[in-house]
Every structure is written in structure tokens, then in C-alpha cells.
Design a protein around this ligand. Structure first.
Ligand code: ZN
Length: 154
């Protein structure tokens, strides 16, 4: 299996069996996001504990396979990270999906980087980049307590 096939398989698998789908039992931060170009909607919930560690994170939403797989992979990777690490990972991912060839964050293990890199295939499609980044922008809004709906078009 080549890298491209592996990436496609990971996306398909997460799209079919999204991790952390549904509302977490207890959360103290949440935000909604919308990508009107594709019709993707996501609502991210997280529980940040007293040590600023993401104790729990989940999402609800509907949309294309890329947006759902990206939210699934994101929640998987962010769980257990502290707020500072989470923010750096978000920046690293957004940088990679827009222009950087690789992920740089020292907070990501190699297998976690592989999972994120499988979304790098969308780089050449600006419309798909919005699908892939929707949940990440929404996570940032949640951590920053933004009450506005994250919109990929504004
Ligand atoms: Zn989409």
C-alpha cells in the first residue's frame, strides 16, 4: 500500500466510524462552525480541567467525508493534550494544510502526524481545505470562548 492509499484508507475509516461523535457528558467549552460552500456543520464540545488539560472532547455534525474525518481525527489527537499544546497543534495543522510540507509540532507523535498528513491531499483543492479546517477553526473558537459561529466564508 502506498502512502496515498494509506491516507485515503484512514480518511474513509474515520468518515465511516467517527471517533468522539456526540455530545460529551460534561463540557465547559463549545463552539459551532459552518462551511456554507459545502454545507458542513460542526459543533465541538470540550472539557478543560483545572490543569488546562483537555479531559474530554467530542463533536456533533454533518457534512462531507473530509469534514467528518477531520473532526474525528482532531478530537482523537487533542484529547489529553493541554491547552497550549492543543493550540500549537491546531496552528501546525493549519500551516501544513495551507502551505507547509510537513508538521513540525513536537507535541505530535509520529503516528499522530501520519493521521494528520492523510488530510494533506486536500491542499490542491481550496474548497476541500475549508472542509478539512472547519472543525479546527471551531476548536479554536471554543477554546477562546467565542460565541460567534465560525464561518469559513467570513
Ligand atoms: Zn465539506
Amino acid at each position: 500500500m502506498n502512502l496515498k492509499e494509506l491516507y485515503q484508507e484512514i480518511i474513509l475509516e474515520h468518515g465511516k466510524n467517527p471517533r468522539n461523535l456526540g455530545k460529551v457528558h460534561e463540557f465547559n467549552k463549545d463552539a459551532k462552525g459552518h462551511n456554507p460552500l459545502c454545507g458542513d456543520n460542526v459543533h465541538v464540545y470540550l472539557k478543560l480541567n483545572g490543569q488546562k488539560i483537555v479531559e474530554d472532547i467530542s463533536f456533533e455534525g454533518s457534512g462531507c467525508a473530509i469534514s467528518m474525518a477531520s473532526a474525528s481525527i482532531m478530537t482523537d489527537l487533542i484529547k489529553g493534550k493541554n491547552e497550549h499544546e492543543a493550540k500549537e497543534i491546531v496552528e501546525d495543522f493549519l500551516g501544513m494544510i495551507k502551505e507547509n510540507p510537513d508538521l513540525k509540532s513536537e507535541y505530535l507523535k509520529d503516528d499522530e502526524k501520519t493521521k494528520l498528513m492523510c488530510l494533506s491531499g486536500v491542499k490542491q483543492y481550496p474548497m476541500r481545505v475549508k472542509c478539512a479546517t472547519l472543525s479546527w477553526h471551531t476548536l479554536t473558537s471554543a477554546m477562546d470562548n467565542s460565541k460567534e459561529i465560525t464561518n469559513t466564508e467570513s
